[in-house]
Design a protein around this ligand. Sequence first.
Ligand SMILES: Cc1cc2nc3c(=O)[nH]c(=O)nc-3n(C[C@H](O)[C@H](O)[C@H](O)COP(=O)(O)O)c2cc1C
Length: 417
Amino acid sequence: MLVEHRVALRNSGKINPENIDDYISRGGYSSLRKALELPPQTIVDELTNAGLRGRGGAGFPTGTKNQSTAIVCTDCEKYVVCNADEGEPGTFKDRIIMETDPHSLIEGMIIAAKGVGAGYGFVYIRGEYYTSIERVNKAIEQAREYGFLGNNILGSGFFFDIEVRLGAGSYLCGEELTLLESLEGKRGYPRIKPPFPAEKGLWGKPTLINNVETLANFPVIIEKGADWYRSLGNEKSSGTKIFTISGYVNKPGFYEVEMGCKLGELINDLGQGTKDGKPWKAALLGGAAGTFVPYSYSDAIMGYDKLRENGATLGSGAIIVAGSNTPLIPIVQSIQKFFKHESCGKCVPCRVGTNYLYEQSLKLTNATPIERKEILADMVKQAKMVAKSSLCPLGQSPILSLESLQRHFEHDIANEK
Ligand SMILES: Cc1cc2nc3c(=O)[nH]c(=O)nc-3n(C[C@H](O)[C@H](O)[C@H](O)COP(=O)(O)O)c2cc1C
């Protein structure tokens, strides 16, 4: 029986998130004290050795990113940016951290700043997350009052401060380079990569961008050490991960578990199975930019590389469950509508391509089984073209769900009532 193991959510539900003393009483800010006495390279090494990978979706090694930002220059202006845009459908983990334990994120950002040598930070929060915005702002004010932010932090001579900035509802603004454009006050259009943010980020300065959940792990790694963190999870995916389960399950919600558990355990033990007690038909892993898997993936190991080996994705940790009678065509249409709506329009392949994919998905409704297979095949073909020719990762997203649908559910889609 799978049980939760809370690391990023260690204080969630146990403290008053608006009271810094509650956070401190559970060991909060003691990792910051420790980090301030460590050489910056030791902080970065600890993150690297912990094997933590970015929890925003891409799973990029966190230590590598910190290292690149730390060494790019020693005496220059740098920034730490927390990505709290959380736009991926089915994902609501960062919101839980910000609403229930905002100081873990603030402490993580200060530790990150000390490691890479940054003097200023921004938390870019999705504009509709009213409670998160309020609580993170309050936490910043309290941290300033207690001397954890601002000049000469805890007498160490280190300066770092944080401001909150709001997203305006664009999914693409969660993509790190587009987020930087938005933070600079420009329209949310993507930038071409490279250069990467570690080299040339916010206002052209080296910038470390990490997701909320990633940063919330920093204090625990500094407190308990890399070896302890690595003892959780599996070889290529260490630690824990927050999964958000929704759809046709008895107990939708957020669950933090060790990496390396099985998909079926998450759905059955924590999500308490499907509403009708029958095997589920499909699970969409990683949200709209993710992959569909069938029930036979119940034993799939939830880790970045293990899932990829099986043609699936972990992404942000969203798991959307479709029951045995849940029609898939409306889900396909809803995903295509999402991408069409969120395409920023800057590059033609994505602007025209996402529109075409949506129009094609609508044709599935009244088509015959043979026509449906042809439409799906055409959508996969066109989505591949869009992925190849688009400027940014948004255009590379629709292919994932479409290819996995064709591989596992072509028959279901063709014969759906
Ligand atoms: C279209 C798109 C939307 C994204 N939205 C988010 C988001 O809302 N939150 C997030 O943390 N990362 C998001 N990402 C991933 C970021 O670009 C980036 O990888 C992440 O912020 C890095 O932090 P991490 O290494 O801690 O995961 C998105 C990526 C793409 C392509």
